[in-house]
Design a protein around this ligand. Structure first.
Ligand SMILES: NC(=O)c1ccc[n+]([C@@H]2O[C@H](COP(=O)([O-])OP(=O)(O)OC[C@H]3O[C@@H](n4cnc5c(N)ncnc54)[C@H](OP(=O)(O)O)[C@@H]3O)[C@@H](O)[C@H]2O)c1
Length: 439
């Protein structure tokens, strides 16, 4: 069977590997989708012999055991490793059955990040009415913690690197976003810290006396430095608790997560959905903080779904913000039409992918801004209805003449079969005229 195996420089590639040989308590699952986690990016840097990545999978049971779900049942599973493959063997204690209304994509995003969030909050105890500071909040764990804690009555302040990375957190219950942990307004009863480096000591200083900091990661890979005496300035007698998510009954906790999704109380944030041939590129995006929530990779079974229109547009705008030309180009249908408003030199219809990417977005729009100066695009809102998606974003840049361009833009994107076929853009054309076309 085919599987993803470790390759050079922390990435992965396809390989033929031995088919699964299940133990007496294991079912065989044909994998439809899998997710990836930051911890796996670390493990891939120094892979152990005979180890393959993959802890989060969803798929269909194709061989079973007396205590297992019947053949054909849709399941989600949490594995120790080796899940990025066509088939996996899963102990019956490590899986949960999926109801029809929970998709493979949503399910694949649940295991490690969802179990971590659930168990972090259990470790914290009751959070009703408590003030929580959550660092690294834009990732997979952060989205689940935010939604679960807010629903349980907590006030969550989320630390993210940009408004776009925090937008979804606000819609699932975060009370405040800050873009630097130093700006969080404490004191907090609980800090959930997973960035390390400078972040942990600053987050700790925001804790109320006697509060608790749960230390569950070090995404920055920077060790922390703490000063005993600084604790007297606020978090006196605080508890710092190390956390590892492995304590618990995986089958029961996966079933809880599935039930919450199925009853519309937990909403996996699928920041990127790609075919599994793109696993290497998605790993790179995860490492470089370009995935919001979870990334999900799909295998070509008849049930895997095409990327939904909202994700297509989100990925496109985020690719523009990141200058990721390959994703920008791949987002458009060959015959896309972009309609730019008003009576400016750019106004009118731009037809065809190459014209849109190279002439309109590239040469024509690009030449309006000062070379070497950043063009900052920030996605602020996304609304989807069928194949139409309305996106709002802000665009800030320096015009050729040195004037500040600062516009609020919106567009209706039409998405079919996973690509953008039409865009009708709206913006303040008067501001554009004054700043970009002063003559
Ligand atoms: N202890 C456990 O049992 C356990 C279990 C699961 C996960 N973890 C840890 O928990 C953390 C969150 O996991 P996850 O799967 O949600 O990860 P993730 O999706 O990669 O999210 C981590 C977030 O941290 C933020 N971040 C801030 N500074 C960073 C830096 N220097 N490098 C990279 N990211 C940085 C990023 O958000 P912005 O770009 O918006 O700042 C990123 O979205 C990770 O550190 C992971 O290793 C621990």
């Amino acid at each position: 069977m085919r599987a993803m195996v470790p390759a050079d420089n922390g990435t992965v590639g396809f390989a033929e590997v031995d088919d699964v040989s299940p133990a007496a308590d294991e079912v065989v699952v044909e994998v439809a989708a899998y997710s990836m986690n930051r911890g796996e990016t670390f493990q891939l840097e120094r892979p152990r012999d005979d180890w393959r990545p993959g802890k989060d999978i969803a798929g269909r049971v194709v061989a079973t055991v007396p205590d297992g779900p019947s053949v054909g049942t849709r399941v989600v599973a949490h594995l120790p490793h080796s899940g990025w493959a066509e088939r996996v063997s899963v102990p019956v204690t490590q899986l949960a059955v999926l109801p029809d209304d929970v998709s493979f994509l949503e399910a694949a995003a649940l295991p490690l990040a969802g179990l971590t969030a659930l168990r972090l909050l259990r470790t914290a105890g009751s959070v009703i009415g408590r003030r929580i500071l959550l660092t690294g909040a834009s990732g997979g764990v952060g989205h689940y913690v935010t939604e679960l804690a807010a629903a349980a009555g907590a006030s969550v302040t989320a630390v993210v690197s940009s408004p776009a990375r925090g937008e979804r957190l606000l819609s699932i219950g975060a009370e405040a976003l800050v873009y630097d942990v130093a700006d969080a307004e404490g004191p907090f009863d609980l800090v959930l810290e997973s960035v390390g480096g400078q972040s942990l000591p600053v987050a700790l200083s925001k804790l109320a006396a006697g509060g608790q900091l749960i230390w569950f990661g070090e995404a920055s890979r920077q060790p922390i430095e703490l000063e005993f005496f600084s604790m007297f300035d606020g978090p006196e007698n605080a508890t710092i608790r190390h956390f590892h998510y492995t304590d618990g009954d995986d089958g029961a906790d996966l079933a809880t997560l599935v039930r919450l999704v199925g009853t519309d109380r937990l909403h996996p944030e699928l920041g990127r959905i790609e075919d599994w041939s793109q696993t290497g590129a998605v790993l790179d995006a995860l490492r470089n903080r370009r995935i919001r929530g979870n990334a999900v990779l799909t295998l070509s079974t008849e049930e895997t779904v095409m990327k939904d229109p909202k994700s297509v547009v989100r990925d496109y705008v985020e690719a523009v913000a990141a200058g990721d030309l390959a994703t920008i180009r791949a987002s458009f249908a060959p015959d896309v039409v972009w309609t730019y408003p008003g009576d400016l030199p750019l106004s009118g219809e731009w037809k065809g992918r190459d014209t849109v990417v190279d002439e309109f977005l590239g040469a024509a729009a690009g030449s309006l801004f000062a070379p070497g100066e950043p063009v900052v695009i920030t996605l602020t809102n996304l609304i989807a209805d069928g194949d139409q998606v309305f996106a709002e974003w802000t665009a800030q840049a320096t015009a050729q003449g040195g004037a500040a361009y600062d516009n609020k833009c919106g567009a209706v994107f039409t998405v079919r079969d996973g690509v953008i076929v039409a865009v009708r853009e709206y913006l303040d054309t008067d501001h554009a005229r004054r700043v970009l076309f002063p003559n």
